[in-house]
Design a protein around this ligand. Sequence first.
Ligand SMILES: NC(=O)c1ccc[n+]([C@@H]2O[C@H](COP(=O)([O-])OP(=O)(O)OC[C@H]3O[C@@H](n4cnc5c(N)ncnc54)[C@H](O)[C@@H]3O)[C@@H](O)[C@H]2O)c1
Length: 314
Amino acid sequence: MKITVVGAGAVGATTADNLVRKNVAEEIILLDIKEGFAEGKAQDMMQTSALLGFDAKIKGVTNDYLATAGSTVAVITSGIPRKPGMTREELIGTNANIVKTVVENLIKHSPEIIILIVSNPMDTMTYLALKSSGLPKNRIIGMGGALDSARFKYQISDKLNASANDLNAIVIGGHGDTTMIPLIKHATWNSVPVADFLTEEEEQEIVKKTMVGGATLTALIGTSAWYAPGAAAAAMVESIVHNQNKLFTASVYLEGEYGQEDINIGVPVIINNKGWDRIVPMNLSAEEEELFKASADAVRKMNDVLYAEGVLKK
Ligand SMILES: NC(=O)c1ccc[n+]([C@@H]2O[C@H](COP(=O)([O-])OP(=O)(O)OC[C@H]3O[C@@H](n4cnc5c(N)ncnc54)[C@H](O)[C@@H]3O)[C@@H](O)[C@H]2O)c1
């Protein structure tokens, strides 16, 4: 079993590091366009194997797609990240061309591949990957909600002084500071609604902190975060490779589900060896439905840029 990670930067390298430590596949190919960069990162990680006890192999390559041939899954992290003050949406022009080319190259050598998109603006990049490749919809998955949901659980656990592992809480909608929807009213602490332990103000504080979670880190670090994004991508790959049927919020193509069509946006899905297998319906309140519709409108506006700039044709 081979997994490819495209982009050996902060998120790509962290994804590969998580995958190799857990022996998720025998071989991981780390590919970057920068000469020698992926090779160096891969060697550094391989030199931890005697310390951490893994047997999986990680190989770095410079833009060599032949080395990716026969990959079961690819994670695409190539592209530019946010700088302080930037939105994810401002990355669209540069990252669209990168993502489109990378997808073409991957499919050429691995026609059966399942592709996980991380590059931002992620919902739009996932839509682009699907539309430009013509792959079956279940084999193109966007990673954003898995990260946002983990950040949501972190904020709840911090407030309740509880283990994040005892929480059930998800974020749906677009992967943007203003488009994501942390579903606080559905969140539970070992089946008990977290609302039972929080005031309305505390709930709103958690929601707000979750929504600006990425921007908060970008301001502190100077570039976008990588530990949680890398861990989230690796967890989704593991669910594919080991056919775990885990539920994640992921950006998938909707054809009427959640009242939306012709869009990739975050909804709860089951992830297994088919890619995303099925969408899990939820009973949303009228207010949550309204937020989801507004979120979809914002994502669709971003997708329109792809058509306006000629990256995609109607
Ligand atoms: N979806 C999410 O939840 C999420 C979370 C964090 C970051 N991101 C996004 O992930 C992307 C990567 O972030 P990062 O912090 O790792 O950035 P980074 O700059 O550290 O790494 C990006 C890497 O991509 C490489 N690259 C550029 N063009 C390439 C190409 N054509 N082929 C192969 N490699 C190429 C660069 O050389 C660089 O090493 C950004 O778009 C960022 O916004 C998404």
